[in-house]
Design a protein around this ligand. Structure first.
Ligand code: FES
Length: 206
């Protein structure tokens, strides 16, 4: 009598089994809280809190005198943020309760010496290009499609649907801490009567 040959699993069935197994593993990972996919925020890296440095390293300026990495505005590469430090004498266009409300909704932090801090995300809210600061017009102008933002990140003109996004900012002793895991992406295009600083000197058409 001839020996019975082991039954072969058809190739298509094997393939189906392998795909099924893979999908099953992915399903389990999803059920376990997406740990398979979600990057974990590493302290000191983008996505977590970042110590930008001592306050004294960032001298304040009036909006019309902001000069990148000299005064008023600073590139914090690790945080992909511009740290804005406006002097206490900054002329603000609103007053009283309306001003207080707007400063809070646009994530401005007022310091004990009266100066103002902001941490703006460098990513254009139109299609995501990195937005450079232009010293010649004291504002941000996106090289991709021309979106233009004031030194405090408020929308000026161009296709962007809103003002620049901003990260949560706090102080730890005399250091400035930027929380790149928390950001405000709800700052609308301002209307003329709800703009915080003057647009004078921000013409970047040249
Ligand atoms: S990505 Fe900045 S204007 Fe389009």
């Amino acid at each position: 009598m001839s020996e019975a040959r082991p039954k072969q699993v058809p190739r298509r069935q094997m393939l189906r089994g392998a795909v099924g197994g893979l999908l099953g593993m992915v399903g389990v990972e999803l059920l376990l809280g997406c740990e398979f996919f979600a990057p974990t925020a590493v302290p000191g890296q983008f996505g977590a809190t970042i110590d930008a440095g001592a306050k004294s390293a960032f001298p304040p300026a009036l909006p019309a005198q902001a000069n990148l990495d000299v005064q008023g505005i600073f590139n914090i590469a690790l945080a992909k943020a511009y740290l804005v430090h406006l002097s206490a004498e900054t002329p603000l266009l609103l007053q009283g309760a309306a001003l207080k409300r707007l400063l809070a909704s646009e994530s401005w932090t007022k310091d004990s010496d009266g100066s103002y801090w902001l941490a703006l995300y460098q990513k254009c809210v139109h299609l995501g290009c990195r937005v450079p600061f232009r010293d010649d017009c004291h504002s941000f102008k996106c090289p991709c499609h021309g979106s233009h933002y004031a030194v405090d990140g408020e929308y000026l003109d161009g296709p962007a649907p809103r003002s620049l996004d901003r990260f949560a900012l706090s102080f730890q002793g005399d250091h400035v801490i930027i929380d790149t895991g928390k950001f405000n992406n709800m700052v609308a295009r301002p209307m003329n009567q709800t703009r915080l600083i003057s647009t004078n000197g921000t013409d970047c058409s040249a």
